[in-house]
Design a protein around this ligand. Structure first.
Ligand code: GLN
Length: 466
């Protein structure tokens, strides 16, 4: 199967390239890049690791598949000793004192981190414009946004600046930028990968996941970083997804899609007709296709944003300049908190903190927050019923093409609505993959909880027929 990781691994062991050359070349590309994907470069440590890999190869020792493979990290993951800014003023000088579990597993496998990548601040956004480092520019058309919130990561992979990147997905932040930049992006079942060391946005839907150029690379990285972690009690043990297991897609007999996603006025006509053409191709292979009913797009978006804002308001309350971040002294402690937070959080982040505190406050929480929780449960129930009827669900990733840089900032509500196709699967905690095929912004494949393998099987089948 096509795999950048395997190709580079072969080149390294055949001594066609050295790891130092490889790392130097990618660092150079990152430095010169005009897509604004870099928050900080990890040049010295990357070159040091590369030297060690070269020495190992030279002395005839075996190297693992990920050993020496350069990768990127969305700037919301802890990596000890590196700046972890969350693209915010508050944390722009903050250095991690420990390493996230998923990143540690990659380090243990010998992969080499090159860069902390630009993203929407604290994951708040769908365009990677909500960042102190400047808007990320789309890999295909730099006048358009890179997507968000893991925009820098998707662009780096798309442009081959990194072989793969680790993004974070709360409501679509891996899948949407993957779709905007023509790469694969996988959000696993919630809990498959430890969130320890990922800065919390909305803890009930936050997921760690890979962004890659091939299904095989996504599978390799996913297997490496999955697993139970005592430091994250929501994690569980999962079996590795084997290469052989995804070669055969006979298990997939019925595919569903949501009627209302296509009937919405919001969908771009080309995305709609391309999606329907993909459905026809699937039918022509003898697979049954079923149209399914689903919640209104407005309901999905408002449920997601109610819960996400509530959780982020709560998670970010620890950032008051006392233990972390840029503290601005006021007349007294209360004022210090207030100035520190007012000056150092972005407008978008403040909008979410205020919104979140509002829905959690006395007099509102029953009516809004508890209603959100109840809707989330209904959405999850609905998925359970759907997966009794169909094996996988196919959907577009986004209703529209990537906006021009600057446009989303003018209309936050329109930006929230652009997440309509991704947030439902987050609320359901389901495994979902963006593949860069079928429509201009890709296709999303979703399976039932813990059925991540089925998603890969179907993707592998679909990539050859579309
Ligand atoms: N765009 C969505 C939001 O702003 C999703 C972000 C994410 O997944 N981190 O909440």
């Amino acid at each position: 199967m096509e795999s950048q990781i395997r190709t580079i691994h072969q080149q390294l062991i055949n001594k066609e390239i050295t790891c130092t050359q490889l790392v130097q070349e990618r660092l150079e590309l990152l430095k010169l890049n005009t897509h604004v994907t870099v928050n900080s470069l990890l040049e010295a440590s990357a070159l040091e690791s590369a030297t060690k890999v070269d020495a190992k190869i030279k002395s005839g020792q075996e190297i693992g598949l990920l050993e020496g493979i350069p990768f990127g990290i969305k700037d919301v993951y802890m990596l000890q000793g590196t700046y972890t800014s969350a693209s915010s003023d508050l944390l722009k000088n903050y250095k991690s004192s420990y390493t996230a579990t998923a990143i540690q597993k990659l380090l243990d496998a010998g992969a080499i981190p090159l860069v902390k990548e630009n993203c929407d601040s604290f994951g708040h956004g769908s365009s990677s414009e909500n960042t102190i480092f400047g808007a990320v520019k789309n890999a295909v058309n730099p006048t358009l946004v890179g997507g968000g919130s893991s925009g820098g990561s998707a662009v780096n992979v798309s442009k081959d600046y990194t072989v793969f990147s680790i993004g974070g997905d709360t409501g679509g932040s891996i899948r949407q930028p993957a779709g905007y930049n023509n790469v694969y992006g996988f959000k696993p079942t919630y809990g498959r990968i430890s969130r320890f060391g990922l800065m919390a946005y909305a803890s009930s839907t936050d997921c760690v996941g890979p962004i890659t150029k091939s299904i095989e690379d996504a599978r390799i990285v996913l297997n490496t970083i999955s697993g139970k972690d005592l430091k994250d009690q929501t994690t569980y043990h999962s079996e590795k997804i084997l290469e052989e297991a995804i070669l055969n897609s006979d298990a997939i007999k019925t595919v569903g899609y949501f009627k209302n996603f296509l009937e919405s006025d919001a969908i771009d006509t080309q995305i709609k007709s391309d999606f329907l053409a993909s459905i026809e191709k699937i039918k022509s292979k003898g697979i049954q296709v079923k149209a399914l009913d689903f919640f209104e797009l407005d309901t999905l978006v408002s449920t997601y944003y109610t819960l996400a804002m509530a959780e982020t308001a709560s998670n970010l309350s620890r950032l008051d300049g006392t233990n972390y971040g840029n503290r601005i002294e006021g007349e007294n402690l209360k004022e210090t908190y207030s100035i520190t937070r007012s000056e150092n959080f972005s407008e978008e982040t403040k909008r979410r903190i205020v919104g979140g505190n509002q829905v959690l406050s006395q007099g509102f929480s029953d009516e809004i927050y508890l209603k959100g929780l109840s809707l989330r449960d209904q959405i999850a129930e609905n998925f359970k019923k759907d997966f009794m009827e169909v094996d996988v669900i196919l959907s577009p990733v986004t209703p529209n093409l990537p906006p021009a840089i600057g446009d989303s900032l003018k209309d936050p509500l329109a930006m929230y609505l652009s997440d309509a196709y991704t947030v439902g699967f987050s609320l359901g905690q389901l495994p979902t993959l963006t593949m860069p095929k079928g429509t201009e912004t890709g296709l999303q494949i979703t399976a039932a909880k813990n059925n991540d393998e089925l998603v890969f099987k179907f993707a592998n089948f679909l990539k050859d027929i579309i």
